[in-house]
Design a protein around this ligand. Structure first.
Ligand code: GTP
Ligand code: NAG
Ligand code: NAG
Ligand code: NAG
Ligand code: NAG
Ligand code: MG
Length: 386
């Protein structure tokens, strides 16, 4: 071996031993270079920082210095809960949790909606939970039930096929009514008209952390339109023709497509194919002016006219998500890492230790859905970082 080769070997050896010495003597160095760290950086979102943290000034009691003013702001906002009378116990549990973790400090009102009249039992068991204003609304028939122009024979065939394929809620008409209502009608309900912002809550969900900032005010100040905590892949068999209609709509109405939108999160070929990623809409904080605006109004009318809410089983989650990704800019979509949230079977737990401690969270960070193979979170992280 020549001198050159010997030098090379020696220095390689030195580097390797230095690495091991450092790894065992210096915890931070070890962590920063461990295989787990490297692989998680490549493969997923583990340990990636919160990409859009809510600033201290929004926290209650006020963060630092003289920034208390931000906390005293209040938004034109309401909770909205769609529920059946039989959902009363789960509804009580959800309201109890959001009150304890958030709303006892804010007193935002609630709107409960149902296509049947709410029972006295439902109203009394829910009303007792908070002094916040609560209204109980009835959904108009034409906002809920399958329209007459739907070809029932075709709809039945679609449902039967989904039942045969074991698709969840594949045979349910009421589930389809619910998805269509949540897609295009909840924000048109008379009780919702006086509000701009809403926070959607379902029965039997969990809020795992104290939320000591106002998500509505943060969103309004930052020009956001839509916020999520969990993102995942949709079952393709529930939306076989949806993306084709989305593409057709974009061709018809290029004027609605936002600059710097989030299409890149849902499609890796500029919109040709849908990767099935969507925001899980059982949690939503959003601006109803966005749904009430010209782009979404035309979009919903267009999709509804195709009948896919009944012939297939289009969910409000992909419909809302796709609209937010195309008609809003990507900066207008907010991921709230701070909000620990669970809807069976998935939980989002704050990814940072500071966020988890600050919120006194009851969730296990290691079990956060963010790191699940079925989650689209790592895609979102990469998309936002680009
Ligand atoms: N009034 C009324 N509310 C409904 C009906 N079906 C569902 N909902 C409500 O709509 C929301 C979504 O329904 P879920 O049954 O939770 O549907 P999901 O979240 O997709 O599925 P799981 O929670 O996993 O069963 C919940 O707030 C339900 O209470 C219905 O027929 N009538
Ligand atoms: C990975 O490295 C970063 C520094 O680059 C460090 O802050 C973090 O704690 C490490 N994560 C793990 C899982 O070791
Ligand atoms: C806080 O005080 C500083 C200096 O007095 C001022 O520049 C700043 O605008 C104030 N911030 C707020 C939110 O009032
Ligand atoms: C709240 O928002 C709704 C919908 O945009 C609007 O009609 C209403 O006037 C607003 N209320 C207040 C107090 O600003
Ligand atoms: C999460 O899992 C890692 C690796 O298994 C472990 O070292 C760590 O202590 C766990 N953290 C918590 C908060 O349970
Ligand atoms: Mg649910």
């Amino acid at each position: 071996m020549n001198t050159w080769g010997r030098y090379l070997l020696l220095s390689l050896g030195l580097i390797i031993s230095l690495h091991f010495i450092l790894q065992f003597t210096h915890e931070d160095y070890g962590r920063a270079t461990s295989l787990q760290n490297i692989s998680s950086k490549l493969g997923g979102s583990k340990q990636t920082p919160n990409p859009s943290p809510v600033p201290d000034a929004y926290y209650q009691p006020a963060g630092k210095g003289n920034e208390t003013l931000l906390v005293d702001k209040r938004a034109n906002a309401t909770f909205v809960i769609l529920a059946r009378n039989s959902d009363v116990s789960g509804t009580v549990r959800s309201v109890r949790e959001i009150e304890d973790r958030f709303n006892k400090n804010y007193g935002y009102p609630y709107v409960f909606l149902n296509e049947e009249p709410f029972s006295e039992e439902f109203k009394s068991r829910v009303s007792v939970l908070s002094a916040a204003p609560m209204e109980f609304g009835h959904i108009p028939k034409d906002h809920w039930f399958q329209p007459d122009w739907i070809d029932e024979e075709k709809a039945t065939k679609g449902r039967d096929q989904m039942v045969a394929e074991n698709i969840i809620y594949g045979g349910s008409v009421s589930y389809r009514n619910m998805c269509r209502f949540n897609s295009g009608f909840f924000f048109r309900h008379p009780l919702m008209q006086k509000y701009r912002w809403y926070w959607r809550i379902e029965p039997d969900v969990h809020f795992h952390c104290n939320i000591e900032f106002d998500p509505f005010v943060y969103m309004e100040d930052h020009n956001k339109v839509y916020a999520f905590t969990i993102t995942m892949y949709e079952y393709e068999k529930t939306i076989p023709t949806l993306w084709g209609h989305v593409r057709d709509f974009i061709k018809l109405h290029p004027e609605f497509v936002a600059k710097d939108n989030a299409m890149g999160f849902m499609s890796h070929d500029g919109g040709d194919k849908y990767n099935l990623c969507h925001f899980w809409s059982n949690f939503e904080v959003a601006d109803m002016n966005f749904w009430r605006g010209p782009a979404y109004t035309a979009f919903f009318e267009y999709l509804d006219s195709k009948g896919g809410f009944y012939y297939e089983r289009w969910g409000d989650a992909p419909v809302h998500s796709i609209a937010a990704a195309i008609f809003a800019s990507k900066d207008q979509i907010q991921f709230f890492d701070e909000i620990g949230y669970e809807h069976n079977p998935y939980t989002h737990c704050p990814r940072t230790k500071e966020g988890w401690e600050r919120g006194r969270c009851s969730c296990d960070q290691n079990k956060s859905f963010d790191y699940d193979g079925y989650s689209c979170m790592s895609k979102w992280d990469r998309f936002i970082a680009d």
